[in-house]
Design a protein around this ligand. Structure first.
Ligand code: BLA
Length: 503
């Protein structure tokens, strides 16, 4: 392998998992040309369900494989661009579900899988009612996650159910867990972003729910090989990336179910269910699990927007008081710093600074005057943004490590037209992060691509973190922006008044 410092890609970001051209063993995939209505490809295990091998199916009309009625209904719906729904069917006396969809490459894909346990419609109705009743927008969010994990464990019977939340860098943490008693807890464990690379997140976002029912299965190739790659992103049976299979094997997992949690159009986290032997749940159960995740997401959206509004409400109250002080007290720096409330009260912080017309005023716990002036000249005056924030100042200014216990987190706004600032500080939070296995990458590099492999060991691995403050939240930034706007109005007004007085 060759030395190369500019690694921008890993093999994980490049694996084309949407065109993996394999089916999981418990079902059969059939690919159909929607114009000729003939079968283009079938998974090589089709004999196990359909009693015919791929050669007998491929290039034949679909109606020779599935019933006449189903084929006719399917193409009718496709012509009218109607939504496609699953069909019940029997092969060799066994019951199956045919799940059709149109692929992104415009073929008709039919997933054929066991019908599984027949679900009584009344019981199914009760299951959905239970989901609606038991998923609540409780405070805190962790409690809400606990309830959801427990409900999923009870409904679907996986050995371990985890609510997994992504952070801004796509690393994740197990924030709630329901598990069989004999299993070790993974609550609070962190996992690096590379465990679920971008293409995997993208495809998973689209699919919403993904079942791997036997980690040790032999995937069935789609035959024959075609020049055109068929996009199987939305297939229920899409074969699994061998890298991910290795990952699950290293974890000793036998089967999994993963459900996306989407908040405001973005992947917030996922529900990861592990079973230590093979496990299949049928299509209807997976749909109800998807429904559960949607109910959960809605409640989560409600909960987070309520939190946001509560915080904004509080900071608005302080903003109004600060404006009054600015109105009555002519000295700008004193108006913001000498009285109760002072400007640092508007955002959760341990100290702050006002830099106004080359004069520095410090409030609360802060670095020294000299150090604050350095932060301004080395960091703040080099940024374009009117609102700047970081939870790790050393990223911008290495020497900030000297006063990390006072200012690892910095949020600042520019005021007026000049290089004047209001600054808020947060200390470092000394923490240890426990990872599910050492997350340090140990890949080899070739032609600018880093080749990574799943970890062999998922033994807990702790890392001491320093120099990082509690993150600034969207409501902190919002409060700072609102204050900035008010101050601008006041400064403009005062300027006008001064001009009037002069005239
Ligand atoms: C997929 N990795 C995934 C998925 C999850 C994780 C949830 C999607 C699940 C699915 O498609 O079924 C990761 N699973 C986790 C984590 C926990 C868990 C963190 O249960 C914690 C408890 N994986 C690696 C490396 C690579 C990699 C180094 O470790 C890349 C080289 C790849 N992960 C990878 C790929 C997929 C994946 C390619 C997609 C699998 C697929 O859809 O076929």
């Amino acid at each position: 392998s060759q030395k190369n410092d500019t690694v921008t890609m890993t093999n994980c970001d490049r694996e084309p998992i949407h065109v993996i051209e394999k089916a999981q063993q418990h079902g059969v995939i059939i690919v159909v040309n929607t114009h000729t209505q003939k079968v283009l490809q079938a998974s090589e295990n089709c004999i196990t369900i359909l009693g015919k091998n791929t050669k007998e199916i491929v290039d034949q009309e679909l109606e020779k494989t599935v019933s006449n009625t189903i084929a006719k209904d399917l193409f009718d719906k496709i012509n009218k661009k109607e939504t496609l729904y699953p069909y019940h069917a029997q092969f060799s006396g066994e019951k199956y579900l045919l799940i059709p969809h149109i692929s992104e490459t415009n073929q008709l894909i039919i997933d054929i899988e066991p019908l599984g346990k027949n679900i009584d419609p009344i019981l199914f109705q009760e299951e959905l009612t239970k989901i609606l009743k038991e998923i609540k927008d409780t405070d805190p969010i962790e409690e809400m996650c606990n309830q959801a994990a427990l409900l999923i464990k009870n409904l679907y019977g996986y050995d371990r159910v985890m609510m997994y939340r992504f952070d801004e860098q796509w690393n994740g943490e197990v924030v709630a867990e329901a598990r069989e008693k004999e299993l070790e807890s993974w609550l609070g464990l962190h996992y690096p972003a590379t465990d679920i690379p971008e293409p995997a997140r993208k495809i998973f976002f689209k699919q919403g729910v993904r079942m791997i029912c036997d980690v040790n299965h032999h995937p069935a190739a789609l035959l024959p090989n075609l020049d055109e790659k068929i996009n199987l992103s939305k297939s229920e049976l899409r074969g699994v990336s061998p890298i991910h299979i290795e990952y699950l094997k290293n974890m000793n997992v036998g089967a999994s179910l993963t459900v996306a949690i989407i908040l405001n159009g973005k992947l917030w986290g996922l529900i990861a269910c592990h079973h230590y032997s093979t496990k299949f749940i049928n299509y209807h159960q997976r749909q109800s699990c998807k429904f559960l995740a949607q109910v959960f997401s809605n409640k989560l959206a409600l909960r987070t927007s309520n939190n946001f509004l509560d915080k904004i409400h509080l900071s608005e109250k302080i903003r109004k008081e600060l404006i009054l002080q600015l109105d009555y007290i002519s000295n700008f720096d004193q108006a913001l710093s000498l009285y109760k409330p002072n400007f640092t009260d508007i955002i959760e912080s341990t100290g702050g600074a006002i830099y106004n017309n080359e004069k520095l005023t410090l409030v609360g716990k802060t670095p020294t005057e000299k150090q604050v002036l350095k932060i301004i000249s080395k960091v703040l005056s080099n940024t374009e943004e009117n609102v700047f924030y970081t939870q790790q100042l050393t990223k911008y200014y290495a020497k900030a490590s000297k006063f990390a216990e006072k200012a690892s987190g910095v949020l600042s706004i520019r005021i007026g037209n000049e290089e004047n600032y209001l600054i808020w500080f947060r200390p470092e939070e000394s923490t240890t992060i426990t990872w599910g296995g050492n997350p340090k990458k140990n890949g080899s590099i070739k032609d600018g691509v880093e080749y990574l492999h799943p970890r062999k060991s998922f033994e807990k691995w702790t890392e001491k973190i320093s120099g990082i403050a509690k993150p600034w939240k969207n409501y902190d930034v919002e409060a700072a922006s609102n204050l900035k706007e008010s101050i601008t109005h006041i400064l403009v007004k005062k300027q006008k008044d001064q001009i009037k007085e002069l005239n």
